[in-house]
Design a protein around this ligand. Structure first.
Ligand code: FES
Length: 170
């Protein structure tokens, strides 16, 4: 199924096309890995909505990426609950372990490190989202173990990404 067909199928579940922008962007991001301008315009054209509406949503929510991100996008919450439970220390540790600063990607393309607003999981602060998964009650040792486990999964994850990218006409 092509991206257009997926978006049209998703949009059919909504009362109007503007309401379908969020799910359409999720589909487009899954297809392309991120949302550059031409993809945002394609989404707007498929839905028949104003391009500015699509741009507004894509640039407002941290779950959408208008720039390329690494294979694993580490999104560390730095809101109050997580900050009180040590997210600052975890951020410094991640920057040191990955040899990058916040909002950067490692040269090998494996990791992008970001901070985000509350992930809605304060009960397990400090929390970091990696892809669709939440990792909570983190400490430095758990972060190290998580990085090791992600590195070990990288070949498989890269294969999935590659397979996805091989379906442009699907
Ligand atoms: S403050 Fe971090 S999940 Fe809510």
């Amino acid at each position: 199924m092509s991206m257009r067909e997926k978006i049209e199928a998703a949009a059919a579940r909504y009362p109007n096309q503007r309401s379908a922008i969020m799910p359409a962007l999720l589909i487009a991001q899954k297809e392309h890995g991120y949302l550059p301008g031409p993809v945002l315009e394609e989404v707007a054209d498929i839905l028949g909505v104003e391009r500015i509406w699509v741009y507004e949503l894509a640039t407002f929510y941290t779950l959408f990426h208008t720039e390329p991100v690494g294979l694993f996008h580490l999104q560390l919450c730095d809101n109050v609950s997580c900050m009180l439970c040590g997210s600052d220390e975890l951020l410094k540790h991640l920057e040191a372990m990955l040899a990058i600063s916040k909002d950067e990607t490692t040269p090998d393309g494996l990791f992008t490190l970001s901070t985000v607003e509350c992930l809605g999981a304060c009960e397990m602060a400090p929390v970091m989202q990696v892809g669709d998964d939440y990792h909570g009650n983190l400490d430095v040792a758990q972060v190290d173990a998580l990085l090791d486990s992600l590195r070990a999964r990288a070949p498989q994850a890269a294969g999935v990404e590659h397979a996805s990218a091989q379906r442009p006409g699907e």
